[in-house]
Write a protein that binds this ligand. Structure first.
Ligand code: AVJ
Ligand code: FE
Length: 446
């Protein structure tokens, strides 16, 4: 975590800002100008919008709010306010062209590094634990994942480095299919994490009845059995809303899948390849995940169940920072940080197992939960309502655990992502759960 001494914290901040900028540069430097300004999907912004928005948020929070500086180019602020212009409308705005967008973000960054040198980080409010700087490093990394999604939607030959993950050391078939998490209280949410975002707070005690959770995320192979068994054509497995969406959108398989005779293929960052049976399924909507779970006689885990399985240590009663303990993630723990452009085979990363033996809770694929995105008891919007508060309610479902595209600085075990249940361009998969004891008021299938 962020160091205790001012210098160590300053170094950590500089390193996180640099890591984010290197990733941004790689994602925007590998395509030509037309690909930067084009809209590859109405669901996404042009890459050049993300680029200048990253600089604009950094200017707003660090140079203006922390540093008290005057705006560099106040006239561009409305262009890069995500709430003023929905994504579909962004390509028609008078956006900064790529060279100007790069120059602007570069200019902001130079001034931010000067500010970092002269700012006391032991303050309160925005500066407590270097929060504003940590928030901005996370913001850039979150947009880097967004830009990676845009790359996945883009047509054309591959442009990104694609080193394969190491073969799984543990075979998922040799692991127990599910782990038991006995009933009991655990502390959910972030405590003592200076860079945790508002929706992760406050830490609070939750009682979780006994349940079983899949040891690994649902694989492509398992998902193909759902398809082959007519899962997409059987309204029994779908909620009414989900079935309506499945019909209207004509869903028959995960996004980016196609069929060549008996073989399922997928398009992945410009390459078409056979769907690997042993990898976690990715690019499914919440409705598809929910239908699969019902077909399997199971259900999606709640958010509290997911976090307890990931963080609770039954031997000590403590809540860990990560599934494997309190140490920051390393490449041995999890497939995070866009080291690979795909999830690793199910059963990988034994060093990242939780106390209960569940694997790959961090990294690989975002995991849909059954829960709506709602505030924890005692929630306070910080530092702005538009980060989380305006999204609370039943429109959004929570995803947990992070994907291969999530940077370690974002990939806390308390981090909460959210999206509409129809969305599937995100790197989302899931795992399933079931009650361990009959519960009053629930059907057998939960
Ligand atoms: C937390 C991923 C849903 O991308 O909409 C970026 C993150 N917030 N800029 C999003 C975010 C403001 C957010 N998600
Ligand atoms: Fe943003």
């Amino acid at each position: 975590g962020p160091g205790t001494s001012g210098d160590a914290l300053r170094e950590r901040i500089a390193a996180e800002l640099l890591a984010a900028r290197e990733r941004t540069a790689a994602l925007t430097g590998c395509v030509e100008e037309p690909d930067l300004v084009a809209q590859h999907s109405p669901l996404m912004s042009p890459l050049v919008w993300d680029l200048a928005h990253i600089g604009n948020q950094e200017e707003l929070w660090l140079l203006r709010n922390v540093g008290g500086r005057d705006p560099l180019h106040p006239e561009i602020d409305p262009l890069y306010d995500a709430f003023e212009h929905p994504r579909a409308e962004r390509p028609s705005l008078p956006l900064l062209p790529p060279a100007e967008a790069r120059a602007y973000t570069h200019e902001v960054r130079g001034r931010v590094l000067d500010l970092l040198e002269t700012t006391a980080l032991d303050g309160t409010g925005l500066l407590r634990g270097g929060f504003a700087f940590g928030m901005i490093a996370q913001h850039e990394q979150q947009h880097d994942e967004t830009m990676l999604i845009t790359h996945q939607l883009r047509h054309g030959p591959p442009v990104l480095a694609d080193p394969p993950p190491a073969p799984a050391p543990g075979d998922a078939a040799a692991l127990p299919a599910e782990v038991l998490i006995p009933a009991g209280d655990f502390t959910m949410g972030a405590a003592g994490e200076p860079w945790a975002l508002d929706n992760e707070r406050p830490a609070h005690l939750v009682h979780v009845p006994a349940f079983f959770l899949d040891t690994v995320p649902v694989t492509n192979g398992a998902y193909q059995r759902f398809i082959a068994d007519g899962g997409y054509d059987d309204p029994r497995w779908w909620t009414a809303e989900g079935w309506q969406h499945r019909q209207r959108a004509g869903l028959t398989a995960p996004l980016f899948w196609s069929r060549d005779g008996a073989t399922w293929l997928r398009r992945r960052f410009g390459t078409t390849e056979p769907v690997p049976a042993d990898e976690p399924v990715v690019h499914v909507s919440w409705y598809e995940a929910d239908a699969y779970a019902r077909w399997a006689g199971r259900r999606l885990p709640t958010e509290a169940e997911w976090e307890k399985a990931a963080r609770h240590d039954p031997a000590t009663g403590r809540t860990r920072r990560y599934p494997w303990g309190d140490a920051d993630p390393t490449p041995a723990h999890a497939n995070l940080g866009q080291r690979h452009l795909r999830p690793a085979p199910a059963g990988s990363y034994p060093a990242g197992a939780s106390a209960y033996g569940a694997r790959q809770l961090m990294g690989d694929v975002w995991e849909w939960t059954g829960s709506d995105f709602t505030p924890y008891p005692g929630f306070r919007a910080w530092p702005y309502r538009e980060y989380s508060e305006v999204f609370f309610g039943s429109d959004h479902k929570v995803l947990r655990g992070g994907s291969f595209a999530v940077a370690p600085v974002v990939g806390r075990a308390t981090f909460r992502n959210w999206d509409y249940p129809v969305r599937r361009q995100i790197f989302a998969g899931f795992r399933t759960a079931r009650d361990a004891e009959p519960r009053p008021g629930r059907t057998a299938a939960g």
